[in-house]
Design a protein around this ligand. Structure first.
Ligand SMILES: [Zn+2]
Length: 299
């Protein structure tokens, strides 16, 4: 039901200015976002300027107070924080306030998240459940700098202990043969190990998980892999995550900008306004922030 509504919304926003008479499929509470600048309207969205969220009505099955708690995050700079390979957070960064999640987590792990991001996540999970999607859990959230260091070192040790499939994929069979196997070596040098690990793991200080604003999501039958795409949870998230301020952070085809390959399981909280822009326009966070900066300079 909800996905039909979202689909209709997208079509309405992209192709018509009006759409007043759309069917209210969802019962219960409705929260309408405030207009930020009256001069832009839905037709501006169709021409590529203005904000898509302005004409959106957000309808929810569940307790609206959960949603209202994090509306203040919309376009707040701390929720638009950029953390990637080019913009490391560094050793000292930590989110202002984190809470330990009370929702289902993988192996009942204790996982922390920035507090308003956690509220948004709970509201989103409640809506998913109301739509019948209950097989979903959190695999990871906030990771502090020290944890990243220990994770990175653990990966390094693995690569140095034996030559992995990742090492073969990174260097090629020929190089592995010449530099290692032919000399009776069974693991990579420190330097080569680091190159391989950097290809699949964030260097300490560059992980977005250090922001406390993102989660990795799992179902009981999936791992953190492409298999997550084939789940009801993924289909629901693709249609609805922006309504709760989340974006698919590493979309397919955006590796050049984000620095990461496609990750259908990694969701980042940016607030609803930015999330709506990013998801409905198919942008990466990097593209969105660059466009925002350019628009500010033009003012
Ligand atoms: Zn992640």
């Amino acid at each position: 039901m909800k996905s039909v509504l979202s689909g209709m919304l997208v079509l309405c926003l992209l192709f018509t200015a009006g759409c007043q008479s759309r069917e209210q499929v969802v019962s219960s509470d409705t929260v309408t976002t405030e207009r930020r600048s009256p001069e832009t309207d839905g037709s501006a969205a169709a021409s590529g300027s203005g904000y898509l969220y302005q004409d959106m009505e957000y309808s929810y099955h569940t307790d609206v107070s959960q949603v209202l708690e994090y509306l203040v995050t919309d376009m707040a700079p701390e929720y638009l924080l950029l953390a990637n390979k080019e913009h490391p957070l560094g050793e000292a960064y930590r989110p202002d306030r984190t809470v330990t999640l009370t929702c289902r987590t993988y192996l009942d792990k204790e996982i922390a998240l920035e507090s308003r991001t956690a509220s948004a996540l709970y509201a989103m999970l409640a809506e998913m459940a109301a739509d019948g999607v209950t097989d979903i859990m959190v695999a990871s959230g906030y990771r502090d700098y020290r944890y990243q260091v220990s994770l990175f070192n653990q990966y390094l040790n693995n690569e140095r202990a034996s030559i992995s499939a990742d090492a073969y994929a990174y260097f090629g069979q020929e190089y592995i043969q010449a530099a290692y196997l032919s000399q009776g070596k069974t693991g990579l040098s420190r330097q080569d190990a680091e190159l391989v690990v950097r290809s699949y793991a964030a260097y300490p200080g560059t992980s977005e998980h250090q922001t406390g604003l993102c989660v990795d999501l799992l179902t009981s039958n999936t791992r953190l892999s492409r298999s997550f795409e084939d789940t009801a949870a993924f289909r629901w998230l693709s249609q609805n995550c922006h309504r709760f301020g989340f974006i698919l952070r590493y979309p397919e085809g955006k590796t050049e900008q984000t620095g990461y390959s496609y990750e259908p399981w990694h969701y980042r909280f940016v607030g609803r306004e930015a999330a709506t822009e990013i998801m409905l326009r198919g942008l990466s966070l990097e593209e969105f922030l660059a466009a925002e900066a350019a628009a500010q300079q033009a003012e």
